[in-house]
Design a protein around this ligand. Structure first.
Ligand SMILES: C[S@@+](CC[C@H](N)C(=O)[O-])C[C@H]1O[C@@H](n2cnc3c(N)ncnc32)[C@H](O)[C@@H]1O
Length: 220
């Protein structure tokens, strides 16, 4: 069952949620075909050294703008985490994501709400994963500040964000999202209290052309 854990705070974006609802049934197959699941696995391999040592089964992990949970799936395969909080405005994406995770033995709690309501969340996540969400948010600093609020001190944020490229321009015609140059993303992250920012260039395929990865942390 989908729970609306946090207040939505009037930030609902129904038309975008509807569009993603309609895309949900084929989303995972599409992004797998374009190499995004492997790309997320490569990025997370690099992020591993930022995670607490020892048993990682019980880390509190949030996948923000989870879609069908590809980022969580990559994380679970790599670090054997058992459960994930999936947050998205699209109920259909959340349902698909829960099924995809369950098929590999991972549990999930579904939070159907806008990312900005995380600003009201307690600082409790060890890790926040977020792929291709931030580009949909009008105020990127509000979203990054919400991430910081939801992370415990020393918590890790792993982001994947669209970057300027002619391929991004084509995809944007469908989804209307923004793109950020890595230098600008780093500045936004610093301005919102993140430190030790590492930028990752995907080596191949559509992820190389469309996206950049970022691994960063809040102050301990
Ligand atoms: C481009 S998809 C990425 C999905 C997934 N992270 C992936 O990499 O496959 C963006 C997702 O963000 C969700 N989303 C867009 N705006 C949102 C918001 N304000 N709050 C929460 N989720 C949002 C959409 O419903 C969609 O599932």
């Amino acid at each position: 069952m989908i729970r609306s854990l946090f207040a939505t705070g009037g930030f609902k974006t129904p038309s975008l949620a509807d569009a993603y609802d309609r895309a949900a049934a084929t989303w995972h197959a599409t992004i797998s075909k374009f190499g995004f699941v492997e790309a997320y696995e490569d990025l997370l391999a690099l992020a591993g050294r930022r995670l607490p040592a020892g048993n990682r089964h019980d880390l509190a992990v949030l996948d923000a703008g989870s879609g069908t949970a590809a980022f969580s799936l990559a994380f679970g395969r790599q670090f054997k985490s058992r459960r994930f909080d999936l947050l998205d405005v699209s109920p259909e994406m959340l349902q698909e994501g829960a099924q995809i995770l369950a098929a590999e033995g991972f549990a999930s709690r579904l939070l159907c709400c806008d990312i900005r309501s995380l600003a009201e969340a307690p600082k409790r996540y060890d890790v926040i994963l977020s792929a291709h969400l931030i580009e949909h948010i009008d105020d990127i600093d509000a979203a990054l500040s919400a991430f910081r609020s939801a992370l415990r001190p020393g918590g890790t944020l792993v982001l994947v964000v669209s970057k300027p490229h002619w391929c991004t321009t084509l995809v944007r015609m469908r989804w209307g999202h923004r793109a950020y140059r890595p230098a600008d993303m780093q500045a936004h992250l610093r301005a919102n209290g993140f430190e030790a920012i590492e930028t990752y260039s995907f080596p191949a395929g559509p992820p190389r052309r469309l996206s950049a990865g970022y691994i960063t942390q809040t102050q301990s």
